[in-house]
Design a protein around this ligand. Structure first.
Ligand SMILES: C[S@@+](CC[C@H](N)C(=O)[O-])C[C@H]1O[C@@H](n2cnc3c(N)ncnc32)[C@H](O)[C@@H]1O
Ligand code: SF4
Length: 333
């Protein structure tokens, strides 16, 4: 079986309108499957390029995929339970709704794209059948919840596909309006991922430039009242790496899920830029703390860090990692 099931069940629409299998290969011309201003999603799904990608995934994996699997564990991150290599069907659509954003986070690779693929009516007029049969939509950005396309996609999909499961990632840095809450009610919102990289206002505002910590923090409390599942995304980087367990514990207290993402690219703010000694101490401390927390999310962070830091041959690190593996056997099985 292919290591990655994405080409058999998913498409990703970049804000430019280019369609890729997933966001990990966005901007790589070898993976463009089509454009939403020229073709319907059905045509793109059945295109020669999409078929070829599925064939490659059953044979020799493209080099970019191999590299992404190694560095980002992308095949683990985006594989959904309903994905299946033998049931070749577009089940999930990932949409970068808009590249426009109200913040300028230091680690963000988002580039403002003036063309905006979703500005064209072609997409909105030619995909009803496909959208009616989707099982899942995930919206990212830029900031999807300040985009005018948000209400438009909600109003297009909700009347024809009430079962579709929605997942949205947001910076929660805006005024929460009645209209936004009504739009949430129209959809089967499975989870809202809110980016909160730190609980220390000064650190948060240094990472999330142009932001106000209090606005996001208060909004999280407001959203908690109406959204059943909130996930907290933390991009783990040099500035906040010492806060992983604090944030984990706070999310548990709040009844949220915790999703740490290890920053690998761009490297400037990543822990990859720190000394080996500093990373070794950080990793050992994190593994020690996780012996008590038993968090599989923290374990995956540790696994990803170990895969990308030059510490695999350090006996103390290895021993602690083997202990983590043993602990996780019971939890992940
Ligand atoms: C690009 S943002 C778009 C949604 C929204 N604007 C937000 O910040 O939540 C999607 C997620 O990617 C994270 N992110 C930003 N820069 C990243 C990077 N260089 N590597 C990995 N994730 C990153 C964000 O923190 C956020 O959780
Ligand atoms: S809020 Fe999201 S899209 Fe905007 S700059 Fe930050 S990470 Fe990027």
């Amino acid at each position: 079986m292919s290591t990655c099931l994405v080409p058999f069940n998913q498409l990703y629409i970049h804000s430019s309108g280019e369609v890729y299998p997933c966001s990990f290969v966005q901007n790589n011309p070898d993976f463009i499957l089509g454009h939403i201003q020229e073709k319907s999603l059905k045509e793109i799904w059945n295109s020669t390029a999409a078929r070829k990608l599925r064939e490659d995934h059953q044979g020799i994996l493209p080099t970019a995929c191999k590299n992404n699997q190694q560095s980002f564990l992308c095949h683990k991150v985006i594989t959904r339970s309903g994905f299946n290599q033998t049931d070749i069907k577009l089940k999930r659509l990932d949409i970068m709704l808009d590249s426009a954003c109200n913040l300028t986070c230091i680690m963000c690779t988002n580039i403002y794209d003036r063309t905006g693929g979703l500005k064209s009516d072609y997409f909105w007029n030619n995909n009803a059948e496909t959208l009616a049969n989707l099982q899942e939509i995930e919206l990212v950005g830029g900031e999807p919840l300040i985009s005018p396309h948000f209400e438009r996609i909600v109003n297009l999909v909700s009347p024809i596909n009430s079962k579709c499961e929605w997942r949205i990632t947001t910076n929660a840095h805006f005024q929460i309006t009645e209209k936004l809450l009504i739009n949430f009610q129209k959809i089967n919102l499975q989870s809202l991922s809110i980016s909160l990289d730190s609980l220390v206002p000064g650190v948060f505002e240094k990472i999330r430039q142009r932001s106000q910590f209090d606005l996001v923090f208060d909004n999280i409390q407001k959203l908690k009242r109406s959204i059943p599942k909130i996930e907290i995304n933390m991009v783990v980087q040099a500035m906040n790496a010492n806060e992983v367990t604090d944030l984990y514990q706070w999310t548990k207290e709040q009844g949220f899920h915790f999703y740490p993402i290890l920053l690998l690219y761009p490297q400037d703010h990543s822990i990859l830029n720190r000394s080996k000694k500093e990373n070794r101490e950080w990793l050992l401390k994190l593994m020690k703390e996780n012996e008590f927390l038993n968090s599989k999310e923290i374990f995956f962070l540790i696994k990803k860090a170990l895969g990308n830091l030059d510490l695999q041959r350090d006996p103390e690190v290895l021993e602690a990692y083997l202990d983590q593996l043993k602990l996780m056997e019971k939890i992940i099985a």
